[in-house]
Design a protein around this ligand. Structure first.
Ligand SMILES: [Fe+2]
Length: 387
């Protein structure tokens, strides 16, 4: 949910006759959330969106929590991973999960998808850690680049084309509930307020509509109920001549997030970027450190009694941690205190600024490392505070 937007041609009044050059009607599709009570968009198709040619055999596409991992501070090291799979779907490796969300990485060998994907299980938030390309969807063409968060509402049909040169690395979060801007930063009609760390100008909706009228065979892999359902349609899913509404994918660059700083250490809510059911997403961006004469820039020890905290380290030096690389995840579990590594607190005093870039996911229900995530566990991390 961002703001009202429209692309292409739409009739002046919804649910009225809107005809193609040959006199036939365009096929209207209402894409709505929360039944008819949430945000929605109206799309106008050249072809019938139900024109299915073939429905293939579903295949399992889910992850399992490693419940025997135990209660321990966890570090997943993923920096050394060159690729995580062949195509966009086989390369999506979810490393943590609970009933509200999953979080993982994706570095596919195949940079340009030759099929479409539709996630009917949840909204997606994709952080482009490395890479540049285009996301094609029914809502148009969205240029994406390093540092972008891409918010993709569930059931959006899309495919990525990433550039062949340079590294490619995506952080993927799938959410059972909608991924939204932060409520306390919105006024009563949804406009982002003056004290919000970003505003509508920073939100980039698809820039141009792509309308493909041709018939043919188009594969859409639909994820629903932890299975992939291969659907073949008789036309391109990108057969939209116009749409309008509040529901559409968009990008927000982490580099456009304006940090909130203070005289003394500011808590993580100042970094909050998105909200969802059962978790929040925060962005730690380059900023000036606290400026009280006796300030301690390093964070204090913290006992989070009812959430699990994940940090994904994207760029820069992480002054409160040792042994953390670009591409590391730390999971600090509720029930144990966590805090700066020995020596880092004194060392932080007097520091004026940080160039760190990190994405945080805090869940309100226990988060589990998946069985696939276990292969990235750094066994030394739980004892790394020992002096
Ligand atoms: Fe914390």
């Amino acid at each position: 949910m961002a703001y009202y937007y429209r692309l292409g041609n739409i009739p002046p009044k919804r649910h009225t006759q809107f005809r193609q050059p040959d006199g036939s009607l365009y096929k209207e599709e209402l894409v709505s959330s929360k039944g008819f009570s949430g945000i929605y968009s109206n799309l106008y198709h050249i072809h019938n969106p139900n024109n299915v040619l073939k429905i293939g055999q579903p295949t399992p596409y889910s992850w399992e929590p490693a419940k025997d991992h135990g209660l321990k501070q966890t570090h997943l090291k993923t920096a050394g991973v060159a690729t995580t799979g062949k195509d966009y779907l086989s390369a999506r490796k979810m490393l943590m999960m609970n009933n509200d969300c999953m979080m993982g990485i994706c570095t596919p060998e195949q940079r340009k998808m030759d099929f479409y994907f539709k996630n009917a299980d949840g909204d997606e938030l994709i952080y482009v850690h490395d890479g540049e390309g285009v996301m094609y969807s029914q809502f148009g063409k969205l240029e994406v680049r390093q540092g972008d968060y891409i918010v993709i509402p569930r059931t959006t049909i899309y495919r990525f084309e990433f550039k062949e040169e340079g590294p490619l690395r995506l952080l993927i979060i799938e959410s059972h509930g909608p991924i939204e801007t932060v409520k306390r930063y919105r006024n009563e009609v949804g406009q982002l307020l003056e004290h919000s760390p970003y505003c509508e100008r920073d939100i980039r909706p698809p820039g141009a509509l792509v309308t493909e009228a041709e018939k043919g065979e188009y594969l859409v892999q639909i994820k629903k109920g932890g299975m992939l359902h291969p659907y073949t349609y008789g036309h391109s899913p990108l057969d939209i001549v116009g749409w309008d509404g509040f529901l559409y994918p968009y990008a927000l660059s982490i580099h456009d997030f304006e940090p909130i700083t203070g005289r003394i250490h500011q808590p993580p809510p100042v970094h909050q970027t998105f909200q969802a059911w059962g978790f929040v997403i925060c962005s730690f961006v380059p900023r000036l450190f606290d400026y009280h004469p006796l300030a301690i820039p390093a964070p204090y020890n913290h006992s989070n009694i009812d959430s699990d905290e994940v940090l994904y380290y994207a760029e820069g030096e992480f002054m409160s941690r040792k042994g953390i690389d670009r591409g590391s995840f730390t999971i600090h579990m509720g029930g144990l205190p966590h805090g700066p590594h020995p020596g880092t607190v004194e060392k932080s005093i007097g520091a004026k600024e940080t160039h760190e870039l990190a994405v945080m996911l805090d869940t309100f229900r226990p988060l589990f490392v998946t069985t696939q995530g276990l292969e990235f566990v750094d066994p030394a991390y739980p004892m790394s505070w020992s002096e």
